[in-house]
Write a protein that binds this ligand. Structure first.
Ligand code: FMN
Length: 351
């Protein structure tokens, strides 16, 4: 058998699809309902053109950013995705090793199949993604675990009043983890609690969260500019413009399309991050030129993990880093921090 050369993120996607159990491949790939947002997240980037500058006499590009207090080697972080042990036996521990090697932030998912303490032990800058649970005392105990493990920020996912409807999973009847895999952060006195969603959470619960932790709280899943303003007013340390990779409410705009209005509403008061559909270095440049401080990758990390564990995740991250640097050089920019919207030709009527 000839081993195909894996040159880009799409190659990893195709290779992962060959390796993963088809049911799990659909779990990772799928989106909500008709998967319109899922597709839009990627195609919206393709409709934006780059208008490069020439003869600018710039040095080799500087990719470093300060990511809400965590210095990173590039403006690309690992968005939280659940159940990494479905992709590789070492699961989130292997992912964390790759994040550490890349010098960037990993956001550990509450629904991790490796405990946060073991993920943190791999030495990466770690943030903890949280779904508020109706049992606030239990929620507080999870936060304390994450803080004690060394997580530097909490990422509160706010786009999930209920679970999204994934018809691929429903067709496969995929509703629980295989034997031996558990959400290790949901253990409570030996029992593993199910993760619950609730529509009853409100801004007052953000206040509660801030009262029980000193960690910065970042809100993930902001699309509406009015919510971005409320996030600033309620002391969020940053917002992540995200539609959950098209897995919650279908037919929301691509996250890149929601970005400019959020950036305007926030007005530089806190960093604005983005995830959804990042597959190329050019996508990263487009998001940064529209005002994002950094971008997250979800599925590409899982594809790398499925293909070759931590080494596969490293390969995906290094491909994106090299593409980002190459794009900056071709665009005439010497730093990711100097990107401006003038670099872009936006599709008429869309932005
Ligand atoms: C398989 C899978 C599981 C995910 N699990 C979570 C989760 O537990 N918590 C969360 O906030 N977001 C979760 N997300 C959303 C990601 O954090 C991120 O928003 C999304 O994957 C970004 O889009 P991309 O996959 O196109 O990069 C998940 C996404 C995928 C694909």
């Amino acid at each position: 058998m000839t081993v195909p050369k894996l040159l880009n993120v799409r190659d990893f996607q195709a290779a992962a699809a060959q390796i993963l159990d088809p049911v799990h491949a659909d779990y990772f790939a799928g989106g909500a309902r008709d998967e319109i947002t899922l597709a839009e997240n990627e195609t919206a980037f393709d409709r934006i053109s780059l208008l490069p500058r020439v003869l600018r006499g710039r040095p080799a590009p500087d990719l470093t950013v300060d990511l809400v207090g965590s210095p990173t080697s590039m403006p690309i972080f690992l968005s939280p995705t659940a159940f990494h042990r479905l992709a590789h036996p070492e699961g989130e521990a292997a992912t964390a090793r790759a994040a550490a090697a890349a010098g960037t932030v990993m956001i550990a998912a509450m629904a991790s199949t490796v405990a946060v303490e073991e993920v943190a032990a791999q030495g990466t800058a770690l943030w903890f993604q949280l779904y508020l649970q109706p049992d606030l005392a239990f929620t507080e105990s999870v936060i304390q675990r994450a803080a004690a493990a060394g997580c530097r920020a909490l990422v509160l996912t706010v786009d999930s009043a209920v679970f999204g409807s994934h018809e691929r999973d429903n067709r496969h009847d995929f509703h629980q983890l295989p034997d031996g895999l558990h959400c290790e952060n949901m253990r409570d006195a030996g029992e593993v609690r199910p993760i619950q969603m609730s529509p009853e959470f409100s801004w007052k619960h953000l206040r509660w969260l801030q009262s029980v932790t000193d960690l910065p709280v970042i809100l993930k899943g902001i699309l509406h500019p009015d919510d971005a303003i409320l996030a600033v007013e309620h002391g969020a340390a940053a917002v992540i413009v995200s539609n959950h990779g098209g897995r919650q409410l279908d037919t929301t705009p691509a996250s890149i399309r929601a970005l400019p209005a959020v950036v305007r509403a926030v007005g530089g008061r806190i960093p604005v991050l983005l995830d959804g559909g990042i597959r190329r270095g050019t996508d990263v440049v487009k998001a940064l030129a529209l005002g994002a401080t950094a971008v997250g990758v979800g599925r590409p990390v899982v594809w790398g993990l499925a293909v070759d564990g931590g080494k596969g995740v490293s390969a995906v991250l290094e491909i994106l880093r090299a593409e980002l640097e190459h794009t900056l050089l071709l665009c005439g920019y010497g730093s990711v921090r100097e990107l401006v919207a003038g670099l872009l030709l936006l599709p008429p009527g869309e932005y």
